[in-house]
Design a protein around this ligand. Structure first.
Ligand code: TXA
Ligand code: MG
Length: 320
């Protein structure tokens, strides 16, 4: 249990065999590490719910290694879906479409739609391909906690409860995939690695409901992606930190006065939002074990992938 193996031909073969036998394997994707199980095996999927302590109403994303596999998993795949697949798969875009009968209800938490994506990470693709199965894979963290972007994050949070962790280094994108429903109309359910601007360029205007209090998608719960340490987004620039308080800081470019902070995480000195996204969860994991009373986070520009960064910070800030 909890073994970590560097990605190699042998370790991927072993991981595929574990998945085929109904086991659980954590593996890298370009967004975050996923906790994989065969999407055709209800018992294996039930174990993922248990390991993550995830409420049974929250459905999983199914991962495929070939875009044509979508046709077995979903029905009524429309023109918009094909256009987006053409442009963004493999990559960090998850599409929610009417499900076919081969997917057990536990995967979709009883919904009649299924979320599917084809990741671009070569290790994820090779692993899925070798299993010959659709792979259900939520982020490999306990429910509502920080997402993992390294094998160590997975090991520290859930390592003892799963069969194997494939270590493929850090995840390049660092925030989860964008989740887009494409049933009646196109509705953004979670901002992520592919930006709204990029999607609208291909299919025109989409609806965005991800900040609503009444979630369409369980991932829209207001409290999510949280460190154990209290996090607060800086709203008033004149805020004062009392002397006895040990404060950490998440800053975009690192230009503010840092003297009052015990630990400072600069996400991108050059002001690159993609670099900031890729550093976000690692920085939060480090601050969370630094024995701080509070983590302050700067507000990020809500354009492009900055929208996904702010979505994660707002959910980390929100008290459950
Ligand atoms: O980048 C990612 O998407 C990562 C990697 C591992 O691929 N996976 C991931 O999975 O973030 P998870 O389970 O942590 O988040 C899946 C999100 C949740 O917000 C869930 O509520 C939503 O997708 N979702 C899944 N199926 C859905 C459905 N049928 N309808 C609406 N939302 C759905
Ligand atoms: Mg997650």
């Amino acid at each position: 249990m909890g073994e970590v193996l560097k990605a190699s031909k042998e370790s991927i073969e072993r991981a595929a065999a574990i998945l085929q036998a109904g086991g659980l394997v954590a593996f890298p994707t370009e967004t975050v590490y996923g906790l994989g199980a065969s999407a055709l095996d209800p018992k294996a999927v039930a174990r993922v719910f248990e390991v993550k302590n995830r409420p049974s109403f929250d459905p999983f994303i199914v991962h495929i290694a070939d875009s044509s596999d979508l046709e077995q998993l979903c029905t009524r795949i429309n023109e918009k879906a094909y256009k987006l697949i053409d442009k963004f798969w493999p990559g960090p875009l998850t599409l929610v479409l009417p499900k076919s009968d081969i997917i057990p209800d536990i995967v979709t938490a009883g919904n009649n739609t299924l979320a599917v994506r084809m990741p671009s990470h070569p290790i994820a693709l090779e692993l899925i391909r070798q299993t010959g199965l659709p792979i259900a894979a939520p982020s490999a963290n306990p429910f509502s906690r920080l997402s993992p972007t390294t094998a160590d994050h997975v090991k520290n949070q859930i390592g003892s409860k799963i069969d194997l962790i494939i270590d493929g280094g850090s995840c390049a994108i660092g925030v989860e995939s964008t989740v887009l429903e494409l049933t009646e109309e196109a509705v953004l359910l979670r901002p992520g690695g592919i930006t709204i601007e990029e999607i609208e360029e291909v299919i025109g205007p989409i609806k965005t409901t991800f900040s609503s209090a009444k979630p369409h998608s369980p991932g829209q719960l207001l409290h999510h992606y949280s460190p154990h340490t209290h996090l607060q987004i800086i709203k008033d620039e004149n805020f004062v930190i009392p002397n006895e308080i040990r404060a950490g800081l998440i800053t975009f470019k690192g230009v503010r006065d840092q003297s009052r902070f015990k630990n400072v995480e600069v996400l991108s000195e050059s002001g690159d939002l993609y670099q900031a996204a890729s550093n976000l969860f690692s920085a939060l994991h480090r601050l969370d074990v630094a024995n701080l009373d509070i983590i302050y986070a700067e507000a990020f520009p809500e354009t492009g992938i900055g929208m996904a960064i702010m979505d994660r910070l707002k959910k980390a800030e929100h008290k459950s």
